[in-house]
Design a protein around this ligand. Sequence first.
Ligand code: PLP
Length: 435
Amino acid sequence: MIYYSTNKKSAEVDFRSAVLTGLPDDNGLYMPKQIPELPIVFINSLPNLTLPEISFSVANAFLSEDLSDDNLRTIIDEAINFDAPLIELDHNLFSLELFHGPTLAFKDFAARFMAKLMRFYVEQSGKDLIILVATSGDTGSAVANGFLNEPGIRVVLLYPGNKVSHIQEQQLTTLGHNITSLEIEGTFDDCQKIVKQAFLDPELRKLFSLTSANSINIARLIPQSFYYFYAYAQARKINDEPIIISVPSGNLGNLTSGLLAKRMGLPIKKYVLSSNVNDVVPRYLKTGTYTPAASIKTISNAMDVGNPSNFVRLMALYDNSVEKLRKDVSGFSFNDSQTINAIQDVYKKYHYVMDPHGAVGYLGLQSYLQQINEKVNGIFIETAHPAKFIDDVEEAIGTKVEMPENLKSVLNKQKRVVKLSNLFPSFKEFLLTFR
Ligand SMILES: *Cc1c(COP(=O)(O)O)cnc(C)c1O
């Protein structure tokens, strides 16, 4: 399959180059030229299939020309080795829990898939790879976890000092082995700038094979569509009513993957884009004008995004037409006190503990359901385990949140980190020690 750049200036490429380059040089994003449609018999058979079986078929529709069935199956089996259960809170109300992977956030799906895929390419080429990741929190630990102990691959994480939570920092700095964590004295933007500069540096490019594993790599979009098919499969086992899915959104990767699933033939009636007060896209849906803004800090911090990186992909799917987008997507936004109230309400009503991101998704679903007069299955996506945001969640529900074992063990591990300034020369000097 061919991938084009949304800016339409860079050359079209195959999947392997789209994955290994990450970004086209015209600063657009790679998108598949055609979106494969899955046969109706496959859709009807979904309730009888496991998550890895579904994942294989969905991925194969994109990748059959690029990877053999055996290679793809190995990648899927190693990457998608945890569940994505649909939890029924009430009649017609469900939470799709995407936090059962190793770092307890939905980013594990995409990051693990990309990691196993890159390992395959490294094995094929015999050339060692250094992966650079600038992270503001969750992405870095999911990516690093995916690459942990992969032969021939080193991961260098750059994160802004004092700007990530204690739990996030423990997840970023305690892996060891082939993972190196750099605490940068600066902001997330500084980290991103350093990574970009590294890719442009002729000396580094000559010495090393450098790759980025940022959130806009096309390899992260495809695996995020798997669990939409699996959610549908689980809902169909319960009833036949139409399905609405609310996606707590920041950079729009998750939502774009859901819309891709719909385009592939998955019968989802409507998607709800739920955001915190960083509401550029809900406002765009309302007014038709896109106005990026500086991001505002909230308790659902993985969605504090003022200019979502996947917006161009979303629009590419809808021929850049807001009218077409509105047919499939409704948008709502909520502030922190509404989010905390929702965590409280849902705990009282259903004894279910939501994290702040899932709570925004729940609120968006409720707002949409109030507008329609139809019996539907409402699903909101739980993108992170509530224990990752333990202080806010415990305060909201007034009781302790159970800490999962793998999070507990991370908290007791020794932190290993190198502190660097936010200037490129100090980073380069550090990287040169890898020679
Ligand atoms: C990244 C993230 C989001 C936002 O997902 P996008 O794909 O960027 O829209 C939501 N919740 C959590 C917990 C995340 O880590």
